[in-house]
Ligand binder design. Structure first.
Ligand code: NAD
Length: 479
């Protein structure tokens, strides 16, 4: 039994959740304690009590702890990657890459703890000095989704701790294993009791307490738009600081002058890899007339070679969908696309058993062609391995179609034209723009986030994380 970490103690929960392997539903990854509302409140109280001490630790103390955690994560990346692939269903190389990312994030923010600086500015008044400094917020509540079980907890936790905050984290119900491993690593690294608390449990119960309890000064949330709106309403009602990273409907534009192999690789990579379960996945591929038919034929050809199988088996390209509810949602959208009149050019079938006969939530990636921008499959986030191709007559129309969405996370283009690449970088309405690269797959040391309905509040990651996890103080002194 994996227990919750509250005030430095491992505690039993009110209930138990069973973590099931989506590649083989007979395989129980482990049992995890589920906290209730009262335990969530205890965790918040513990974090509050720990703040006075933690917020005045030296940068060196915080560096040492975060650096040690980063080293352990990196040293154990094969084992932790195996756990991640087993509980979430992304392939082993993807999972090991995600764990390495988490380790590097801890190392990056260990360094940031040493680099918290300020400004000294001349006053407009004689004899007065002005100092601008950054201070921690207090207790930060972290609520994370299932699709990046270790990287997202890491990119919230590491800056929160580096800048001197205490934390209560509620990971996604479906994938508690990686978050638990992270808690175990931090606990053993020697974090003082109460500085970091893990409360696994239901969103509607444990998550709701984090949103409502006045002991939580700020919430960093990643997940769906519907939950994000709840977070925003609850935080605004009590004036708590909040940050939201939500869905996407990311466009990838392919122009006539694109290198065909580059365009096809980018589309297949960001449309289907990680089973399409990335907020930065390309789901709308907008292709100009001159290359359209060659591009579609090449993608369909490449799809034939994709191996959909157990996430941990060597050679698997696409692991299973995370659970039965997400698989049902993906299949619903495939049916919706058909009914809307799109052509299902390849894939889209559920596979009940993998090559070894293991039962799992497998789905062949789906390619829709002849789709129109108003179709639901082009407006709503599916969160599965489904690409819709939209025809465009030229670059201008392609750009307009790319921006015609309520979301704005990542946007990509395949082109060999410097003019179009430069124009697209400036005019794509997205937080992240990719030229001749997949829309998914980003560095760990630079800002991450979107615009419009995808994100709210300061960017995550890189040096920009300080915007959310600290508050600015301006001090005046008359010498
Ligand atoms: P979700 O909104 O269902 O859940 C996210 C988290 O919120 C979970 O921990 C859940 O338990 C919790 N939660 C649910 N109800 C709650 C409530 N009433 N109060 C407080 N917390 C509550 O999202 P999901 O299905 O886990 O994740 C998939 C979504 O996440 C997709 O929309 C995807 O695009 C998005 N996502 C966005 C980014 C990004 O950075 N933009 C990254 C990854 C995933």
């Amino acid at each position: 039994m994996h227990r919750n970490l509250i005030n430095g103690e491992w505690v039993e929960g009110a209930r138990v959740s069973r973590n099931i392997n989506p590649s083989d539903t007979r395989d129980l990854v482990g049992e995890y304690a589920q906290a209730d509302a009262a335990q969530a409140r205890q965790a918040i109280a513990a974090a509050r009590a720990a703040f006075a001490g933690w917020s005045v630790t030296t940068p060196q103390q915080r560096f040492d702890l975060l650096d040690a955690a980063g080293s352990e994560i990196l040293a154990r990346k094969a084992e932790l990657g195996d756990l991640l692939a087993r509980e979430e269903g992304k392939t082993l190389p993807e999972a090991i890459g995600e764990v390495a990312r988490a380790g590097n994030i801890f190392k990056f923010f260990a360094g940031e703890a040493l680099r918290v600086g300020g400004e000294v500015i001349g006053s407009v008044r004689p004899g007065v000095g002005v100092e601008v400094t950054r201070e921690p917020l207090g207790v930060v509540g972290l609520i994370t989704p299932w699709n990046f079980p270790i990287a997202i907890p890491a990119w919230k936790l590491a800056p929160a701790l580096a800048f001197g905050n205490c934390v209560v984290m509620k990971p996604a119900d479906l994938v508690p294993g990686s978050a638990w491993a992270l808690a175990d690593i931090l606990h053993r690294a020697g974090l003082p009791k109460g500085v970091f608390n893990l409360v696994m449990g239901r969103g509607s119960e444990v998550g709701a307490v984090l949103l409502e309890d006045k002991g939580v000064d700020a919430i960093s949330f990643t997940g769906s738009v519907a939950t994000g709106q709840r977070v925003a309403a609850a935080c605004a009602a009590r004036m708590a600081k909040f940050q939201l990273e939500m869905g996407g409907k990311n466009p990838f534009v392919v122009l006539d002058d694109a290198d065909l192999a580059v365009a096809v690789n980018c589309a297949v990579q960001s449309g289907f890899f990680s089973t399409g379960q990335r907020c930065t996945a390309s789901s709308r591929v907008i292709v100009t007339e001159g290359i359209h038919d060659r591009f579609v034929a090449a993608v369909a050809e490449k799809m034939k070679a994709l191996k959909v199988d157990d996430a941990r088996k060597a050679g698997t390209d696409i692991g299973p969908v995370v659970d039965s509810a997400q698989l049902a949602q993906d299949l619903d959208y495939i049916e919706i696309g058909r009914k809307e009149g799109a052509t299902l050019a390849a894939g889209g079938e559920a596979i009940e058993r993998n090559a070894d006969g293991a039962p799992g939530f497998y789905l062949r990636p789906a390619l829709f062609t002849e789709t129109t921008p108003g179709m639901r499959i082009n407006r709503e986030e599916i969160f599965g391995p489904v690409i819709s191709v939209i025809r465009a007559k030229d670059y201008d129309e392609a750009l307009a179609l790319a921006n015609d969405t309520p979301f704005g996370l990542s946007s990509g283009i395949a082109t060999t034209s410097l003019k179009h690449a430069t124009h697209f970088k400036r005019h794509a309405q997205a937080g992240m723009v990719m030229v001749n690269l997949p829309t998914a797959g980003v560095d760990y040391h630079v800002p991450f986030g979107g615009r419009k309905g995808s994100s709210y509040g300061p960017r995550e990651q890189g040096r920009y994380a300080a915007e959310f996890y600290t508050t600015v103080k301006t001090a005046y002194t008359l010498a």
